[in-house]
Design a protein around this ligand. Structure first.
Ligand SMILES: Nc1nc2c(c(=O)[nH]1)N[C@H]1C(S)=C(S)[C@@H](COP(=O)(O)OP(=O)(O)OC[C@H]3O[C@@H](n4cnc5c(=O)[nH]c(N)nc54)[C@H](O)[C@@H]3O)O[C@H]1N2
Ligand SMILES: Nc1nc2c(c(=O)[nH]1)N[C@H]1C(S)=C(S)[C@@H](COP(=O)(O)OP(=O)(O)OC[C@H]3O[C@@H](n4cnc5c(=O)[nH]c(N)nc54)[C@H](O)[C@@H]3O)O[C@H]1N2
Ligand code: SF4
Ligand SMILES: [Mo]
Length: 749
């Protein structure tokens, strides 16, 4: 492997961020040649202020641990890969995409991914390529977790809300283990502060006694998959004991009458029995919530990847809405965005073959294979996959691999030859997240919302390119924008931002199609004028214009005079920028409803709530008696970002966790090997026995079971969870998978 160095950089501390979870804590990295010799938290960072968890310090295993691609790969008729040069790769990929577009229509080119936990800047340019090709359908990991919640938000507050956990009197974590998974910035510090403060209460709904549950005042250790009954019962107590905030409901909501009436009828004792929580504990918990001055909640995969997930999102939101915990300190708060991760609306379009709902415009991940493996004339024919590993991360990997193989063309943009890339026709090697300008749009904070544009720490590994350059080369090859227009804008950019903005607006008025191609146009014209070769940041110019237009007051509160001042601050601040300071009362401006009230009644979900009495609460059987949570976040898991098993200091194989009673019954002890069988497949894992698990519940970590090179073969360590999951285990409304609720059998291996 050839390496290039930035010699002057060795020994110096470089500012960047961690790429392992959505919090993207600021980091300082000291290099030794291309190695990350030392890593520490960046105290100047606007969001993390020096905080990191244990995982960030292992990032050299991402940068230097795995096997990187250093040339584009083309699949040959015999199935093998040949290295080709970039010019050949770009011209062939552009020609093949054009062929698909001309034969079947651009809407048959499906796009997946666009960014992981640390890299969204490239994805911001993918929209221009999709526009040029006429590609209409897309998806990403969001459509196997957050789309149901996003759709509920679209009905209620119109968008995402963030919990003010630093101030909340009562913090509630529903199927969320922030001690391990974060999501809450500086999570471990914040959790410990809550735990230490006798005036504040932490409530955790989780079948497992997690590290977060250890710190909780109230642990509602529900039976797996029964949160809907648990939350419905909590809401019922709030209503039946008249703890709802009637002033808030009257002044700020509509439809509360219907919702309260439905909750009045719920049999709390019966629901307590279903979810396995003592009735008195449910009642006292509801009273703690109903009498608190402020309540904030966070729901995550434990419920979003379990049965009834969309209903649960609704019930979660009713918990804080019925108690008036919106737009106030310690409550739930809508916020500004640099760019929303997805645009949800109440109206939902449907997919062309199976009619799956496209919440936030995304095809549910479990429907992708179904949409391809058919002879329907509208099936997808090609797929572009960037910064994602769906052949490993989507339910039923075997079905997804078949789907990839059924396509006419698969193009994968990744740093490594992943489980997905192995099924590609072309693999385009990307520069790593420390070798290019990068950023994420996980800007979910309140009141200080931050954005961090990271400068490269290293030069790109020879043979690799940043994604914005890959997209630009494809668009150039496609001749997406005439040279005349690009020339004119380049000339205007040399004169300054103001003439550039005017020229851009004038061209857009003549040619509306430029709007969809804007990221590419900016890259080609404004990009070259940016300092430090920060060409990939060009798209942020348009996004800062949007911030100035949509949140002018919040932007000025953060000290930015106008969009250009904000753009310059982003370009030059190596520890991130606070781009807006929201105010609690801004919440009402963010509501999209003309009457500025929150419409509480969602008919489909009230129907699902009524149907709970007739909904099965268990999905196990004599054949598959266990509930397997396939994909738990632990101290040494990080999706599939590390392609090097030696980064794990503990739990190297990703143990199957089991309750002691189950283990005794099965004759298993810690370290033994057990076979896990589901309707879709089977696997063998090392066993860890722990009373953190309840009987009948087992868990496997996420991100294990990668097929990594070992000599001229590959070696798999740990279980690839999605060899065990099934496409049909999914939410009836959002189509999101039940990864946390897989019926399984466990036996000694
Ligand atoms: N260490 C680490 N951190 C990560 C990641 C990582 O890979 N590793 N990945 C990041 C990503 S992509 C995401 S989306 C987040 C996810 O973050 P989390 O959602 O917090 O992660 P999980 O561990 O998958 O699931 C959370 C909890 O759900 C519980 N659970 C299982 N079944 C049920 C149930 O029926 N009801 C309830 N109430 N709970 C249940 C599990 O016991 C678990 O404690 O983490 C992010 N952070
Ligand atoms: N069974 C089960 N399945 C799950 C989950 C679960 O809990 N259980 N969790 C789900 C969730 S919440 C998520 S978010 C997904 C995550 O799964 P994916 O969305 O597939 O994402 P990652 O595993 O993060 O993979 C990121 C990919 O990006 C590549 N990469 C890294 N850096 C770069 C770069 O700079 N450029 C490019 N182009 N590529 C890069 C990596 O090599 C890797 O292939 O998994 C989901 N799947
Ligand atoms: S919380 Fe840990 S994994 Fe997440 S960004 Fe910070 S250091 Fe990285
Ligand atoms: Mo995720």
């Amino acid at each position: 492997m050839t390496t290039s160095t930035t010699p002057a950089a060795t020994g110096a501390w470089h500012k960047t961020a961690c790429i392992l979870c959505e919090n993207n804590c600021g980091l300082l990295i000291q290099l030794d040649d291309r190695r990350f010799a030392k890593i520490r938290g960046d105290k100047d960072h606007v969001a993390s202020a020096g905080y990191t968890c244990n995982k960030a310090l292992r990032l050299d295993h991402y940068q230097n641990g795995g096997t990187r691609l250093t040339a584009p790969l083309r699949r040959e008729p015999d199935g093998s890969f040949t290295e080709i040069d970039w010019n050949t790769a770009i011209s062939e990929v552009a020609a093949r995409l054009t062929e698909i577009k001309d034969s079947y229509g651009g809407d048959k080119i499906f796009y997946y991914g666009g960014g992981g936990q640390g890299n969204h800047l490239g994805g911001a340019y993918s929209t221009a390529l999709r526009r040029a090709l006429g590609s209409r359908y897309r998806s990403s990991a969001l459509a196997q977790e957050k789309t149901g919640e996003g759709w509920v938000d679209a009905h209620l507050t119109g968008g995402h809300t963030t919990g003010d956990f630093e101030h909340a009197e009562v913090s509630i974590f529903i199927g969320k283990n922030p001690w391990q998974s974060h999501g809450v910035p500086r999570a471990r510090t914040v959790l410990q502060q809550i735990a230490k403060d006798p005036a504040r209460t932490m409530i955790v709904l989780d079948p497992v006694r997690t590290e977060t549950a250890d710190l909780a005042d109230i642990h509602l250790q529900v039976r797996p998959g029964t949160d809907a009954w648990c939350l419905a019962a909590l809401l019922a107590v709030l209503v039946q004991d008249d703890l709802a905030d009637h002033t808030f409901l009257t002044e700020h909501t509509t439809g509360s009458g219907t919702v309260l009436a439905d909750l009045t009828h719920i049999d709390v004792a019966a629901y307590a029995d279903i979810c396995g929580i003592p009735e008195h504990l449910l009642r006292s918990t509801a009273h703690r919530i109903g009498t608190a001055t402020s309540v904030a909640t966070y729901e995550d995969l434990g419920v979003q990847q379990s049965p009834n997930s969309t209903l649960i999102s609704y019930l979660n939101k009713l918990l804080w809405l019925l108690t008036g915990n919106f737009a106030k300190p310690g409550g739930m708060q809508p916020h500004s965005w640099m760019a929303p991760l997805a645009g949800y609306s109440r109206q939902v379009k449907r997919s062309p073959v199976t009619g799956a709902p496209l919440f936030g415009g995304m095809l549910p991940c479990n429907s992708i294979a179904e949409e391809i493996r058919t002879d329907h004339p509208d099936r997808f024919r090609a797929m572009i996959i960037e910064s994602a590993n769906p052949a490993h991360s989507l339910a039923d990997s075997a079905a997804f691999r078949d789907a990839l193989d059924a396509l006419d063309l698969v193009v994968v943009i990744d740093v490594a030859l992943t489980e997905t890339a192995r099924h590609a026709d072309y693999v385009l090697p990307a520069a790593s997240q420390f070798e290019k300008w990068e950023a994420t749009f996980f800007n979910l904070e309140f009141p200080h919302n931050t954005f961090h544009l990271r400068a490269p720490v290293l030069d790109p590994l020879p043979g690799t390119l940043p994604e914005p350059e890959i997209y630009a080369r494809l668009l150039r090859e496609l001749g997406a924008v005439g040279r005349g227009k690009l020339g004119l804008l380049r000339a205007a950019a040399k004169l300054g931002r103001r003439p550039y903005a005017l020229a851009f607006a004038a061209l857009l008025a003549i040619d509306k199609s430029l709007g969809g191609l804007a990221p590419y146009v900016l890259y080609e014209t404004l990009g070259p004028t940016l300092p430090d070769d920060a060409r990939s940041a060009a798209v942020l110019w348009a996004l800062t214009q949007r911030v100035a237009k949509v949140y002018p007051a919040a932007m000025r509160r953060a000290g930015h005079r106008d969009a250009d001042a904000l753009f310059d601050a982003i370009l030059t601040s190596r520890s991130g920028v606070t781009f807006t300071i929201d105010d609690y009362t801004d919440a009402w401006d963010y509501l999209p409803h003309p009457d500025k009230r929150i419409p509480l009644a969602i008919p489909e979900l009230l129907h699902a709530l009524r149907e709970l009495t007739a909904t099965p609460a268990t999905h196990t059987s004599a054949e598959f008696p266990f509930v397997l949570s396939a994909g738990e976040r632990r101290s040494f898991t990080a999706n599939t970002i590390f392609r090097d098993n030696t980064w794990r200091r503990r739990d190297p194989e990703g143990a199957l966790r089991l309750n002691p009673d189950d283990a005794t019954r099965l004759g298993l002890t810690t370290g033994d090997r057990a076979r896990i069988t589901t309707r879709r497949g089977n696997a063998v894992a090392a066993v860890e026995i722990t009373d953190r698990m309840q009987p009948g519940h087992a868990s496997l970590p996420n991100g294990l079971g990668l097929d990594l090179p070992a000599g001229d073969r590959t070696q798999r360590v740990g279980v690839a969870a999605n060899e065990l999951t099934d496409l049909t285990w999914r939410d009836a409304i959002a189509g999101t998978p039940w990864h946390k609720h897989v019926p399984a059998r466990i036996e000694p291996a």
